[in-house]
Design a protein around this ligand. Structure first.
Ligand code: IPD
Ligand code: CA
Ligand code: CA
Length: 266
């Protein structure tokens, strides 16, 4: 049976708002906080509850769809065949725990590997960044403009200090000149929000060395609709079934930065 994308879009938006209310209501309650791979890799009971909330809704209404969720309650997704919802129930969990702001829910819906819907919801600011393939990208009801061609010295680049100090993923000498060359750098601690900010022109680029599909699946759909380019930091195609580095920006800035910093050699 073929998908009714209008209806899926409406359902996903309704559910993401409902999930937002659940998260906002959790602020006044005691929330269980646990660690995963290391002491700074946090997950809360709310991350788990929200992922399960979406899975229940999706399974009830779209029984043939698959879910790839960060917390592992969805399906074991090994290919992007069929319709796959790629969900990060809370992107920016450290911010959720420590700041109660600067986090979001991120949902990318893909059909046979093609990004059809992207939703990134900043629950606290009530900002929903959303896009449907071929229908443009929006922030709430406002249509987002195509990305501007910003020169590097006027650009604000989203990058985490981890990648411009010694680390084992990239020679920090490659990325650190960006800090001086750009007009400014920022780090918000939520990859999905940072991609949404590139789409909305609040950032001109976003560079990071290690993201999972649920961090970037929605952002790619939204950025595609405003003429953004998303590749690995070396300029290669993104794989949706494993970790990737990510470099998102307008096409011209992307070319200029790849050349200037010789990113493909890093
Ligand atoms: C993390 C955030 C963070 C990024 C990490 C992600 P989480 O997601 O997006 O900004 O630097 O790589 O894992 O764990 O809060 O969902
Ligand atoms: Ca995440
Ligand atoms: Ca998460």
């Amino acid at each position: 049976m073929s998908n009714n994308w209008d209806e899926i879009d409406q359902s996903a938006k309704k559910w993401i708002k409902e999930a937002g209310t659940v998260i906002r209501n959790s602020f006044t309650k005691q929330v269980g906080i646990h660690t995963k791979s290391n002491p700074n890799d946090l997950v809360t009971d709310i991350d788990r509850e929200i992922e399960q909330f979406f899975i229940k809704k999706i399974n009830n209404k779209y029984a043939t769809h698959y879910v790839l969720g960060e917390e592992g309650f969805g399906n074991e997704v090994k290919t992007l065949n069929g319709t796959v919802w790629i969900i990060d129930p809370i992107d920016g969990t450290i911010n959720f725990v420590h700041q109660q702001r600067n986090f979001c829910i991120s949902i990318g819906i893909y059909e046979n590997g093609v990004g059809m819907i992207g939703l990134i919801y900043d629950v606290v600011s009530d900002e929903l960044f959303h896009a449907r393939k071929g229908h443009g990208a929006y922030l709430n009801n406002i249509l987002l403009s195509p990305l501007k061609d910003t020169p590097i010295h006027e650009a604000i680049i989203g990058i985490n200090a981890t990648w411009v100090t010694e680390n084992w993923r990239i020679d920090h000498a490659i990325l650190s000149p960006i800090v001086k060359d750009a007009r400014g750098t920022r780090s918000y601690g939520s990859a999905a929000l940072e991609m949404a900010y590139v789409a909305a022109g609040r950032l001109d680029g976003y560079i990071t060395m290690r993201l999972s599909p649920w961090d970037f699946a929605a952002g790619i759909v939204i950025l595609n609709e405003v003429g953004g380019v998303v590749t690995t930091v070396k300029g290669e195609e993104i794989s949706f079934l494993e970790e990737n580095s990510i470099f998102a920006s307008s096409s011209n800035l992307h070319n200029r930065m790849l050349q200037k910093y010789k990113l493909n050699e890093g």
